[in-house]
Write a protein that binds this ligand. Structure first.
Ligand code: ATP
Ligand code: MG
Length: 558
């Protein structure tokens, strides 16, 4: 999968590969020419300008092109990181809501910032290392064998020993790395959670407890890191001792061969230079391959996220130019996937009529917000149907539906940005007059005009610089601007004026309104009422009828 991902960058990677070949050629030629020059000097032929030129050319080509190679591989990595982040993000925003309940937001963002770079580095780094070092090790290794077979065999003895040690080390390192990533994602998630809940922490003076938790998280990370570094140090030591022993053997042997005259000093110099080259490439190869596998393994969670497909049916295509706004709940039942034993809505049937304000009442947890989520198509019913103008919601095109059916949530969410940006959110263009009209209808105009920067006031993270009531009015204005066919207000009118919904219907800002509320004044102001009890419809009718009936509605008001 990492390779498939990398294929999108084949041009940059290809160019980098070309540079790599040229650089490697220069790197191989350098020591060879150096050896030749040395022998020429010894034979008294003098220093030919041509020979020196060749050494310089070989080294220069190697330096220049390996620089370009490094730059191009880094460029490819940066592009890949961008692609992968974008893929992951666009996948996430289309994910089912249930997906987000299982994954803390901070953990997701930690994965974005630590694991994506690891994976996107893996391919360019891996290709770079594997191709270059493998190629170089083979070419130079062969040259060594041809120059001095006996010495070469001795020198290459380092390979099998090194590989064995590396394999043992790499398996351990991979496991540690994985735990390390998990641990740092958890730490990051802890910090974000604490910061987000700082007021609650202050209220319950839980600062010390949070500090302690963070200390424990950090300790755990530190211990893992210490283990990793200790093992690396031990491994490096063994590796170095091994190399030293072999180097001594090679020197001893070459000394004898020089005395016997079976090799010239020039050949020995070339050989020793080659030996260092092969040694470093083999090191890189072993270490790099190890790192490559570790980094690819870091991507495991990312692929898991990318594999998780939204389960919702998004195949709807209907986009009628006119909607009446009649809504029907037809024997709807619903259970949250997170709690499959407990049905939240049971056989719910009711209607919302165009031109009317219908209120939904019920105790806490009776299923009002869930009903609303089904009408907004945030979730789909387990059984039964929700119809808009007689057609099931899922047959409407998704974006169209969300322009027609607009919800002001129980706790409306604002984004950091200006008031204007928050109200316009997602609309391509809108007139200033429409904006003003929406804000006026929502009762937000007065406070917006009172602000120093007016429409361009920054609301802060989650709208934290505004009062709760002001946030609510902005959310209402955001909804009104869309002139929805069906407007749903989940407790959004509870501290506003109760006649607002009817006014909006009368002035054509919305056709059908569903108001969820606990406040008797808001409920009584509706044209009709639906009362939910434990996820089932207990009563429906006009407020006056229900008051007279002395049933569920009267019980609720008490
Ligand atoms: N994401 C969820 N996963 C599992 N259960 C949930 C989830 N959301 C809500 N519930 C449960 O569904 C039931 C109905 O919740 P809902 O939010 O619809 O109530 P409500 O009528 O809007 O209450 P309130 O008046 O307090 O807003 C509750 O018992 C709640 O615990
Ligand atoms: Mg609710």
């Amino acid at each position: 999968r990492v390779l498939v991902l990398a294929w999108s960058e084949w041009k940059v990677l290809g160019a980098a590969f070309l540079c790599l070949v040229v650089a490697a050629t220069g790197e191989t030629a350098g020591p060879y020419v150096t050896g030749k020059v040395l022998d020429a000097i010894r034979n008294g032929d003098g220093l030919a300008a041509g020979a020196i030129g060749m050494v310089v050319a070989a080294e220069a080509a190697s330096v220049l092109f390996s620089g370009c190679r490094g730059w191009l591989f880094l460029l490819a990595a940066a592009h890949l990181r961008q692609t992968l982040r974008l893929q992951l993000f666009s996948h996430l925003v289309h994910q089912d809501l249930d997906f987000f309940q299982g994954v803390p937001a901070a953990e997701l963002s930690a994965r974005f910032s630590t694991e994506v770079p690891l994976v996107s580095m893996a391919v360019p780094r891996g290709t770079n290392l594997l191709l270059r070092s493998l190629g170089m090790a083979l070419v130079v290794g062969t040259a060594m064998v041809r120059l001095a077979p006996g010495l070469a065999l001795l020198a290459l003895l380092e390979l099998p020993l090194g590989i064995t040690a590396r394999r043992i080390h790499s398996a351990r390192r991979q496991a540690l790395q994985q735990s390390m990533l998990e641990a740092s994602a958890r730490t990051a998630s802890g910090v974000q959670e604490s910061v987000a809940a700082i007021e609650t922490i202050r209220i319950f003076s839980a600062e010390e407890e949070e500090e302690e938790r963070h200390r424990q998280d950090l300790d755990k990370e530190l211990r893992l890191k210490e283990r990793m570094e200790l093992e690396l140090a031990g491994f490096t030591l063994i590796q170095r001792l091994l190399r030293l022993a072999i180097r001594v053997l090679v020197l001893f042997q070459s000394h004898q061969q020089l005395r016997e005259g079976s090799i010239t000093p020039g050949v020995l110099v070339t050989f020793l230079l080659y030996r260092d080259t092969v040694g470093s490439h083999v090191q890189v190869l072993l270490f790099g391959f190890n790192e490559f596998m570790t980094n690819v393994a870091a991507g495991q969670k990312i692929w898991e996220y990318l594999d998780q497909e939204p389960t919702r049916d998004m195949s709807g295509t209907l986009k009628p130019s006119k909607l009446r706004g009649d809504v029907t709940f037809q024997r709807v039942s619903f259970t949250y996937p997170g709690n499959p034993e407990r049905p939240v809505l049971k056989d719910v049937s009711f209607e919302l009529r165009s031109g009317e304000v219908t209120a939904l009442a019920g105790h806490n947890g009776s299923g009002k917000s869930t009903t609303v989520a089904l009408l907004e198509r945030l979730r789909d019913p387990g059984s039964g149907k929700v119809l808009l103008d007689g057609i099931p919601l899922l047959e409407y095109e998704n974006q169209y539906l969300h322009r027609q059916v607009v919800l002001v949530e129980q706790d409306p969410v604002l984004f950091s940005g200006t008031i204007r940006e928050n109200i316009v959110l997602g609309l391509e263009h809108c007139e200033e007059s429409e904006l003003q009209e929406a804000a006026t209808a929502a009762g937000a105009m007065e406070f917006i005009q009172g602000l120093e920067h007016g429409w361009d006031t920054e609301v802060g993270e989650h709208g934290g610089r505004l009062a709760a009531g002001e946030r609510c009015r902005l959310a209402l204005a955001r909804a009104m601007l869309r002139r929805p066919t069906v407007l749903i207000l989940d407790e959004a009118l509870d501290d506003g004026d109760e006649g607002a919904a009817r006014r909006w219907v009368r002035t054509g800002l919305a056709r059908t309104v569903l108001v969820v509320s606990h406040r008797p004044r808001v409920l009584d102001a509706a044209d009709r009422l639906v009362v939910l009890e434990h996820g089932a419809v207990a009563e429906a009718g006009t407020p006056a009828e229900l008051r007279e009936r002395r049933g569920a509605y009267s019980r609720l008001l008490q």
